[in-house]
Design a protein around this ligand. Structure first.
Ligand code: SF4
Length: 387
C-alpha cells in the first residue's frame, strides 16, 4: 500500500506526515489493519527495538477535584464510587512506588487531583520525590499535579523530578466541550513551563470522547509541535457517574489505528498505552505493543488494570522485553537534548491516498461496563497494590 510505504519512510526520517495521510490511517478498513500495524511496527522497532517501558501510577490524592473535566471520575460532581483521600505521606507514596519498581517499572508517575498545586503542595511532593529516589535507585519520577504556576516546575526539577505530565487530551476546537474550568491554552502553557524548566515533557490525549478523526489528528499534530518526550494515549473509560458514561465509541481495531497514527506522527517519541488499555483493546493488547513502546503496569488512578503479572506475561508472549533501568528509553538524538537524568523521560471520514475503499464496514463499538472496575487496592487503601 503506497500510503503505508510513505508513512514508514517518513517515520524512519522523523518527517511529519501530511494531515491527509494521518486521517487515512484512521480511515483504513479492518482488512488492512494488520498491514497498518506491521508498517507502524517497523517505525516503532527502528527507534525503540522490542523494548517495553513500564510505568507505575501512584495516585497521591484522589477525587474531590474542583475542575469539571467530563471524562474524569474525580471531577466536580462526579458520582463515580471511586476512592477519595487526601495527600499520601511521603513514606506511603514511597512504599506504593517501591511495589511498582519491584514489579519491573522504571518510571513512577506521581499524580494528584486538582486544578494545580499550591506552593505547599509542591513542598509535599518534593519530599515524596526525594523519598522515592532515595529508596529506589535509578528510578525515574514524573509528576502530574495539574496546571503549574511560575517557578513550580523549577522547584520540582530541583527536588529530583525527571519529567512532568500534563495532557492536551483533545483538540483545541473541542476542548471547551470537555472542560469549562480551564482552557486548552492553560494546558499548553503548563507543558511549555515543564520544558523550560528542563523537565522531560509528557503530554498525550484521550480518545473515545465523541471526537472526530480530524480532532484526533489535530491533537496529535499539536503534540508533535509541543515536542514532548512521551505521549500517553488514553482510551476513555466511561465511568458511571460522569457525563461521558454513555460514550462507548471505541473498538479494539480503532484503538490500534489511533496508536498507529500517533506512532507515524510522533515516530521517535515514547508512545504509551495509558488508561483504557484492557477495557478497549481487550484481547488485541499484544498487537498494540507493536505500536507503543510503553505501558502502565498494574492499576490506574481510579480503576483497576489487569494483574501486573499478566502484563509481564503478555510482553514476553508477544516477543517483547521489559526495558531495564540501565537502558535508555529514547533514541540518542532525543535523550541527549532532553532529560538530565540520562535515562530519557520520557468519529469518521477522511479520504486519503492508497487505501482500499471497498472493505466491509468496521465493527460497532461494544458497551463493556463489566470491564470497568473501580480501584479498591493499593494507594489510599489497606490492600496490597497490583504490580
Ligand atoms: S483537573 Fe485532573 S483530577 Fe480534576 S477533573 Fe480534571 S482531570 Fe480530573
Amino acid at each position: 500500500m503506497d500510503l503505508l510505504n510513505t508513512l514508514v519512510d517518513k517515520g524512519l526520517r522523523r518527517e511529519l506526515p501530511t494531515r491527509d495521510e494521518a486521517l487515512a490511517v484512521l480511515a483504513t478498513s479492518d482488512d488492512d489493519l494488520l498491514d497498518v500495524v506491521a508498517a507502524a511496527g517497523k517505525v516503532r522497532r527502528h527507534w525503540f527495538g522490542r523494548r517495553v517501558k513500564l510505568n507505575y501510577l501512584v495516585n497521591l490524592k484522589s477525587g474531590l477535584c474542583p475542575e469539571d473535566c467530563s471524562y474524569c471520575s474525580q471531577r466536580l460532581g462526579s458520582e463515580a464510587g471511586i476512592l477519595k483521600y487526601t495527600w499520601l505521606k511521603p513514606d506511603q507514596a514511597s512504599d506504593a512506588a517501591a511495589a511498582g519498581v519491584a514489579g519491573g517499572a522504571k518510571r513512577v508517575c506521581l499524580v494528584a487531583s486538582g486544578r494545580g498545586p499550591t506552593d505547599r503542595d509542591v513542598d509535599r511532593v518534593s519530599e515524596t520525590i526525594k523519598a522515592i529516589k532515595e529508596n529506589n535507585e535509578g528510578v525515574e519520577v514524573c509528576a502530574c499535579l495539574g496546571l503549574l504556576s511560575d517557578g513550580q516546575a523549577e522547584r520540582l526539577r530541583e527536588a529530583g523530578a525527571d519529567a512532568y505530565n500534563h495532557n492536551l487530551n483533545t483538540s483545541e476546537a473541542t476542548y471547551g466541550e470537555i472542560t469549562t474550568t480551564h482552557t486548552y491554552a492553560d494546558r499548553v502553557d503548563t507543558v511549555n513551563k515543564a520544558h523550560a524548566a528542563g523537565l522531560s515533557a509528557c503530554s498525550g490525549l484521550i480518545a473515545g470522547m465523541g471526537e472526530t478523526d480530524e480532532d484526533l489528528v489535530d491533537v496529535v499534530f499539536a503534540l508533535r509541535e509541543l515536542d514532548p518526550d512521551s505521549v500517553p494515549v488514553n482510551f476513555l473509560i466511561p465511568f458511571e457517574g460522569t457525563p461521558l458514561a454513555k460514550e462507548w465509541n471505541l473498538t479494539p481495531q480503532r484503538c490500534l489505528r489511533i496508536l498507529a497514527m500517533t506512532r507515524f506522527v510522533c515516530p521517535d517519541v515514547e508512545v504509551r498505552i495509558a488508561g483504557g488499555r484492557e477495557v478497549h483493546l481487550r484481547t488485541l493488547q499484544p498487537l498494540a505493543l507493536h505500536l507503543a513502546n510503553s505501558i502502565f503496569l498494574g492499576d490506574y488512578l481510579t480503576s483497576e488494570g489487569q494483574a501486573g503479572k499478566a502484563d509481564l506475561e503478555m510482553i514476553a508472549d508477544a516477543g517483547f522485553e521489559v526495558e531495564g533501568t540501565g537502558q535508555v528509553t529514547l533514541p540518542e538524538h532525543r535523550a541527549a537534548g532532553g532529560c538530565g537524568s540520562g535515562g530519557g523521560c520520557g468519529s469518521e471520514g477522511a479520504e486519503g491516498g492508497g487505501v482500499c475503499g471497498s472493505a466491509p464496514a468496521a465493527q460497532p463499538a461494544e458497551v463493556r461496563t463489566d470491564l470497568v472496575a473501580v480501584r479498591r487496592r493499593g494507594a489510599g487503601t489497606d490492600l496490597a497494590p497490583n504490580a
